[in-house]
Ligand binder design. Structure first.
Ligand code: FES
Ligand code: FES
Length: 151
């Protein structure tokens, strides 16, 4: 089937099969590999994207369900040649090690700060509870979120 959707502000079309995930369509059909494929079970958050402004795991959404909807991926957060403040903060605080979790954490953090510009540590913990990182121990990720919030 052919789907038509808006990704990072641009109209896109793709031929997908009925059981295909949005994550697969983004990565393999639309050339957007920023959203990572780690568990494909909704457990790790590495595939986090915004669907009509709501944070979702792209591995749990069918590409067909995104037909006619708006998607924002990590590639769509910054402006041309310019990092999004959350990306900048992750970079500056050393919150990135292997980087596999980073795109999902950045999308989830951008979503949090759009809703709550000054989150408490508990609110950060709650908002990022669906995003797993095996490298950093989370301390630097919290530093990054706090820095982005300050700015
Ligand atoms: S790949 Fe989607 S939640 Fe892990
Ligand atoms: S930086 Fe490696 S999983 Fe988070």
């Amino acid at each position: 089937m052919r789907i038509s959707l808006t990704v990072n502000g641009k109209r896109k079309e793709a031929d997908v099969w009925e059981g295909e995930s949005l994550l697969f369509a983004l990565r393999e059909r639309l050339g957007l590999p920023g959203s990572k494929n780690a568990c494909e079970q909704g457990e790790c958050g590495s595939c986090s994207v915004l669907l009509d402004g709501t944070l979702v795991c792209a591995c749990l959404v069918l590409a067909a369900q995104a037909d006619g909807h708006q998607i924002v991926t990590v590639e769509g957060l910054g402006r041309e040649g310019e990092l999004h403040p959350v990306q900048q903060a992750f970079s500056e605080t050393g919150a990135v090690q292997c980087g596999f979790c980073t795109p999902g954490l950045i999308v989830a953090t951008a979503d949090l700060l759009a809703r709550n510009a000054a989150p408490s540590d508990d609110e950060i913990r709650e908002a990022l509870s669906g995003n797993l990182c095996r490298c950093t121990g989370y301390a630097k990720i919290f530093d990054a979120v706090r820095l982005a919030a300050e700015r």
